[in-house]
Design a protein around this ligand. Structure first.
Ligand SMILES: [Zn+2]
Length: 366
C-alpha cells in the first residue's frame, strides 16, 4: 500500500498577526529553523515580508524567493540545500512552484494560500510551465500544514474564488470518467478517494442549490460558505493523494480545458475553463444516458448562479474552436479513458451535439 501524506494542521485565520503567531508556534513545535519562503509579486511579496519580520527572531536562516516565471526551469535552478522547510505564500503560481521545489529538494512543505482559484492548495500535483510555455502536471509534495488567511482570500474578490469552486465542482465530472474507466478497462479505482472527492464537491453543489431555492445571492453564498469551500478543496487534494493520481479531480472536462490552452492559449482561468468543459461534457453524458437530464439541468442552474460560462460567448470561444478542442482533447492525455472514448469524434457529430446544447430553445433558454 502507498504511504499517504495528509497535513495534520489546517488553520483558518483572520489576520496577519494571527497567521504569524500560528506559524511561529508551528515551526517551534516542529523544530524548523531554516525557512525558504516562495512567493510571487506584491501583494503576496508584502505579506511574506510581514511574515518574515515576525519570524526573524525565531529562526536561524530565512530567505524569500520571488517567483517571476513559475516554470520547471525556475524550480530546477533554485538552491535550497541549506533550508529545512519550504513555505509557499500566494496564489497558484507560488504554491505550485513551492510544492514542486519541496518535492525535488526532498523538503517538507507548508501551504499559505492567499488566493484560491483552483484546487491545488493541498494537492500532490504542481502545474508548471515547461518548454514552449506548455504547462505540465508534475508530482509534488503534499503540505504538512496549511495556514489559510481567510481575510486575504475574501479581499481577493469573488472572481478567483468562483474559479476555485468551478475546479472543485468538476470532481463530479471526473468521478464519472474514473468509474467509466474502472468498468471499461478495469482501471484501478480507489473507493475512498471517490467518496472523499465526490462528497467534497457535492457538499458545495448542494449548498448552492439551497441558496438558489432560497433566492439568496451569490455574494451571500461565497461570504457565508468560505470555510466549507476551503475545506472541500482541501479534501479534494487529499482524495488525489489517496488515489495517487489526479483521477478524482480531473476527467474529460480537464482535457477540454487543456485542449483550449494548447490550441488557443486559453480564454479564462483554469477553474472557469474546466467548469465550462464540465457543462459541455455533462450535456454529452446526458445525451448518451450516462447521467440524467435532471443532473445536467441542475448543473446548468448552479453554473449560471455562480456566473460561470454556459454559452460560447461567455467563454469567448467560437463553435468551430470548441469543435476543434473537443476532437483534440483526448490527445492531451491519451492514457486516460474518459467519456470521449464513447463519442464519435467527428466534426459533423460534434457540431450537431453543440448545436443542440447552444442553439436549441430547450437548452439555450435563460
Ligand atoms: Zn483542475
Amino acid at each position: 500500500m502507498n504511504s499517504i501524506n495528509i497535513p495534520d494542521k489546517l488553520k483558518l485565520l483572520n489576520s496577519n498577526k494571527e497567521m504569524a503567531d500560528e506559524f511561529i508556534t508551528f515551526i517551534k513545535e516542529q523544530s524548523f529553523s531554516k525557512i525558504a519562503f516562495i512567493t510571487t509579486k506584491t501583494p503576496n511579496h508584502l505579506i511574506t515580508n510581514e511574515l518574515e519580520v515576525a519570524v526573524f527572531d525565531h529562526v536561524e536562516k530565512l530567505k524569500t524567493f520571488q517567483v517571476i516565471n513559475p516554470s520547471v526551469a525556475y524550480v530546477n535552478q533554485l538552491q535550497l540545500p541549506e533550508f529545512d522547510l519550504v513555505v509557499g505564500v500566494g496564489g497558484g503560481k507560488a504554491i505550485d512552484t513551492a510544492k514542486y521545489a519541496a518535492h525535488i529538494n526532498n523538503l517538507p512543505f507548508v501551504s499559505i494560500p492567499t488566493l484560491i482559484s483552483n484546487d491545488g492548495i493541498c494537492s500532490p500535483i504542481s502545474v508548471l510551465k515547461e518548454k514552449q510555455n506548455r504547462y505540465v502536471s508534475l508530482g509534488a509534495t503534499m503540505p504538512i500544514a496549511l495556514f489559510v488567511p481567510m481575510h486575504l482570500i475574501e479581499e481577493c474578490g469573488e472572481e478567483s474564488l468562483v474559479s476555485g469552486v468551478g475546479d472543485l465542482l468538476s470532481n463530479l465530472s471526473a468521478i464519472e470518467d474514473w468509474k467509466l474507466a474502472s468498468k471499461g478497462k478495469n482501471e484501478y479505482i480507489d473507493d475512498y478517494a471517490v467518496m472523499i472527492s465526490e462528497n467534497a464537491a457535492l457538499c458545495v453543489f448542494t449548498q448552492i442549490k439551497n441558496y438558489i431555492l432560497q433566492n439568496k445571492s451569490k455574494e451571500q453564498f461565497l461570504q457565508n460558505n468560505l470555510k466549507m469551500i476551503i475545506e472541500s478543496i482541501v479534501l479534494s487534494g487529499i482524495a488525489m493523494e489517496i488515489a495517487g493520481t489526479s483521477r478524482p479531480a480531473s476527467g474529460a472536462e480537464h482535457l477540454i480545458s487543456h485542449a483550449v490552452d494548447e490550441l488557443f492559449g486559453g480564454f479564462k482561468p483554469h477553474g472557469v475553463q474546466v467548469a465550462f468543459g464540465m457543462y459541455v461534457i455533462t450535456f454529452i453524458r446526458s445525451e448518451l444516458g450516462y447521467v440524467s437530464k435532471e443532473m445536467f439541468q441542475e448543473l446548468r442552474a448552479v453554473l449560471r448562479y455562480l456566473g460561470l460560462p454556459t454559452t460560447l460567448s461567455s467563454l469567448g470561444i467560437t463553435k468551430e474552436q470548441l469543435i476543434e478542442a473537443l476532437i483534440f482533447a483526448p490527445q492531451t492525455r491519451s492514457d486516460r479513458m474518459t467519456v470521449f472514448n464513447k463519442i464519435k469524434l467527428e466534426e459533423k457529430h460534434i457540431s450537431e451535439l453543440l448545436e443542440k446544447l447552444f442553439e436549441s430553445k430547450t437548452y439555450s433558454a435563460v
